[in-house]
Design a protein around this ligand. Sequence first.
Ligand SMILES: *Cc1c(COP(=O)(O)O)cnc(C)c1O
Length: 297
Amino acid sequence: MSHSLTYSATPVIELNLERKDGVRLLVKREDLNHPFVSGNKWWKLKYNLEEAQRERHKALLTFGGAYSNHLYATAAAAHELGMKSIGIVRGERTEPLNHILSFAEARGMKLHFISREAYREKKEPEFLRSLRNQFGEVYIIPEGGTNEFAVRGCAEFAKTLEQEIDFDYLCLPIGTGGTIAGMIEGLSSDKKIVGFSSLKGGDFLINEIRSLISDTQLEWQVNTDYHFGGYGKISDELLAFMEDMKMNYQLPLDQVYTAKMMTGVFDLIGQNYFEYGSTILVLHTGGLQGNGSIHKS
Ligand SMILES: *Cc1c(COP(=O)(O)O)cnc(C)c1O
């Protein structure tokens, strides 16, 4: 018996800009596709779940930090499909658990905390073997869910975008690079893609992304100017921007990924970066559950 995650169709909204801006700005609200496995995580998990079921695994094992949207999504997906899940979490367990981890635990995910040093081994075959010894037969999904199955799911999503919406540029946030890799694979080569890194020093992402895609004519680039001090770091300026977006456009954004990207999109529009008369499609990749823990650092 195999079944798949529920999926809700998602709207595209237009943010009304001033005529002088010379571009149209659309947002695909993919954050609304599922209450818990939201945004890009749904598409990244789709073929991983299929593969896990095809191989008749009863449990998923994956990795993440204490604020990982991927752990949250994997716990919810496993719960919905009647599978077990194990989360290998970076760092020590601290009580009370934050809302991401307590949600995961409430959905049945077994949380296993390991030191930061041990966590660095997360891709080593030997370490994965020891996890299999400890937890039995499990389907292992890498950190952030990024692997070839994730790329396949995101490429499929890209094709549906192209069928549904007329656009010239696609803008999206980047963490591990799996989602943008799928977009590069799935979109036709007349589109342009601008990804916004949520990490400081995100230049390594270019090679990471290249390793996930085949040769392409499509123009894509990684913008590293809008990380706001690094992954998970926020500022008053960013929070004020998020408030503005909610007030002016009824658009809720998350503080780790989509808000930072959106500041970049507006900045680049102001700099006339996008070709005059073009349509920009922004991907809302979800992550709103992360806002339950606004903490400035
Ligand atoms: C995980 C996540 C990303 C990053 O996706 P990658 O495939 O790792 O680049 C972007 N936005 C949101 C909201 C996420 O949860």
